[in-house]
Design a protein around this ligand. Structure first.
Ligand code: ATP
Length: 212
């Protein structure tokens, strides 16, 4: 379902970052570990199709990501990849529902409020559909970002440091919500983290930072 091979990335003026090969099956749950600066966010951004590797391949659901560009890449990303960035990046002038509608539109899907209601309900935030992100708590914003990432039933769900800056109880809840959302989509879930609270719950782990 997900495979990375011989992957390398270089920021302008930086040294090449090399990533170990990795394969995951549909429905797997895996952690991306490594010290600060080892390349976790970089790898997640490449898996999300937001950064292009200098070398190597990323295969997602039988598609080599680098063979796509422009609209085709946008469309593939919207249909098959859900991404919960660390900063969440909900659009502040849109309500939660409108944020999810936009995700449907960008994926080339028809507006589907029934699906949106279903996702919001499963995450316990259906009553917040018409609020803008600025009127939500941090935990509610995170659920809204997970809702946006899963509204198109992605095959691959990515989360970058989903428990950063959360206390123990909120971190546990955030992880539970993410695991439930991935299960509901039968998605492969990749979580980039250096949070030991997450490490204890998920056995399948890839550690970066050994060969950059
Ligand atoms: N936009 C950028 N321009 C240049 N170098 C960058 C840029 N973003 C990241 N880097 C460098 O690339 C390397 C990998 O960064 P990345 O953010 O992927 O690491 P990380 O493992 O996610 O770190 P953290 O756990 O601190 O978030 C680091 O050395 C970082 O300084």
């Amino acid at each position: 379902m997900l495979s990375i091979q011989q992957l390398e990335f270089t920021y302008p003026g930086g040294r090449p970052i090399r990533f170990p090969d990795w394969q995951l099956s549909q429905g797997d749950i895996a952690l991306l570990l490594g010290p600060s600066g080892s390349g976790k966010s970089t790898l997640v951004a490449m898996l999300a199709g937001l950064l292009t590797p200098r070398a190597g391949t990323i295969g997602i659901a039988g598609q080599v990501l680098q063979q796509l560009s422009g609209h085709a890449l946008d469309h593939f990303r919207g249909r098959h990849i859900g991404f919960v960035p660390q900063q969440l990046h909900l659009l502040p002038l849109l309500s939660v529902r409108e944020n999810l509608r936009l995700a449907q539109t960008l994926a080339g899907q028809k507006r589907d409020d029934v699906r949106i209601d279903h996702v919001l309900k499963s995450l316990g935030i259906e009553a917040l559909a018409n609020r803008r992100p600025g009127a939500l708590s941090q935990g509610q914003k995170q659920r809204a970002a997970i809702a946006r990432a899963t509204v198109n039933t992605p095959k691959l769900l990515l989360a970058d440091e989903p428990t950063a800056n959360l206390d123990d109880q909120a971190a546990e809840a955030a992880l539970d919500v993410l695991l439930d959302a991935a299960r509901a989509c039968a998605a492969t879930l990749v979580i980039a983290t250096h949070d030991s609270r997450v490490k204890h719950r998920i056995a399948n782990q890839l550690t970066l930072g050994v060969q950059s």
